[in-house]
Design a protein around this ligand. Structure first.
Ligand SMILES: [Zn+2]
Length: 363
């Protein structure tokens, strides 16, 4: 799913300011203002997770889904954790849950030996912040993860994804009205932070389902208006290899992150199979897992694409539908969920509620 396009509602206000310094080793220290779970909270979560494991009809696996980790909070990207938030979330997972590599967890679920309270960590799209900011924290806590990489953006220099180019423009354009009516869009306000947030969200939603040439026109216009000085956001080939060598599994996410239902079948097949092949050539081992771009079942992909993924030789594939994996779903349409709670106890409870309710309960 494209990072900035989430529409889920937060139940609590955004976290306070994070570190406003360059990321590095110092970020591995627990920030003084970071919310803490405490010994009692951790014990309660572990006990509740154990009880769910004992009394549930079937064992279930919660897969959490991130995109970027931010060096500092960004109001236009408030569904993404900053380093401090990601740090306490990983600390909580390490303390209260069993974090397993995704492929191994699916195998364990198949074989009836999945431990209770098992969580897997995934990142979509292949942002370099997974390498620069998340990896040191994952290593600190000894946590495995999977990154679903959009292969065409690896090593693309400044070639950021279109949604990030929209965010860049909305961040940097001067206050006023952004008139895009000649592109078949609307007029958008940039007069306040809240207006910019709404504009970024509306343009991202509109962009997702525009025909590719119209979306290219939109992004090219915004690039021209706002300047082309983007930070390169996507992983380099060396970073993908470094992640893989540090215990981060590489999964596929197509070549160019299209909405698969917008493509003809031959193009969709190439996006799915050649994206896998490009990553395998890079890391020198099979790429077994796939995540559908944008991931909405029946809207962003359909039964044709499920079959293409199966035929391409993947072991499993993931949507952005809510719920936990219980072993009785289609192996090629497995749900993942995104915890958005801003305090550790609620974050932990959310994961437990997914496990308790399996795939019966959307958020
Ligand atoms: Zn994606």
């Amino acid at each position: 799913m494209i990072a900035s396009s989430r529409t889920e509602q937060r139940s609590t206000p955004p976290a306070g300011p994070g570190p406003d310094r360059d990321p590095g080793e110092a970020d591995l220290a627990v920030p003084g203002h970071a919310p803490r779970l405490g010994r009692l909270g951790a014990a309660l979560l572990r006990a509740a997770g154990g009880a769910i494991g004992r009394f549930s009809r079937q064992r279930s696996l919660a897969v959490v889904n991130y995109h970027r980790v931010l060096a500092r909070p960004d109001p236009l990207l408030d569904t993404e954790p900053d380093v401090a938030t990601f740090h306490w979330q990983m600390a909580l997972l390490a303390e209260c849950f069993n974090v397993m590599p995704l492929y191994e967890a699916l195998r364990a679920l198949d074989e009836g030996r999945l431990p209770p309270r098992t969580v897997c960590i995934t990142f979509d799209d292949g942002y370099r912040s997974v390498h620069d900011l998340a990896l040191p924290i994952l290593r600190k806590f000894g946590l495995p993860a999977t990154v679903f990489v959009t292969s065409g953006f690896v090593g693309s220099g400044n070639g950021n994804m279109w949604n990030d180019r929209i965010i860049h423009a909305v961040q940097s354009l001067p206050a006023g009205t952004l008139d895009l009516s000649d592109l078949g869009l609307e007029c958008y306000s940039l007069d306040s932070l809240e207006a910019r947030k709404q504009t970024a969200q509306r343009l991202t939603e509109a962009g997702k389902y525009l025909p590719p040439d119209q979306r290219d026109n939109l992004v090219a216009r915004l690039d021209r208006m706002s300047g082309m000085h983007h930070d390169a956001l996507m992983l380099t080939p060396d970073m993908v290899v470094a992640l893989e060598r540090n215990g981060i599994d590489i999964g596929a996410h197509t070549i160019s992150h299209p909405i698969l239902t917008s493509l003809d079948d031959d193009s969709a097949r190439v996006e799915i199979a050649a994206g896998k092949g490009q990553l395998e050539a890079l890391v020198g081992k099979p790429v077994r897992l796939f995540a559908y771009p944008n991931g909405k079942v029946g809207q962003d992909f359909d039964a044709r694409h499920v079959e293409m993924v199966r035929q391409a030789g993947f072991f499993a594939a993931f949507t952005t539908a809510a719920g936990a994996i219980t072993g009785d779903q289609d192996r090629f349409q497995l749900p993942r969920s995104r915890p958005w709670d801003r305090t550790p106890f609620r974050f932990g409870l959310r994961l437990l509620s997914w496990m308790a309710l399996g795939n019966r309960q959307p958020r």
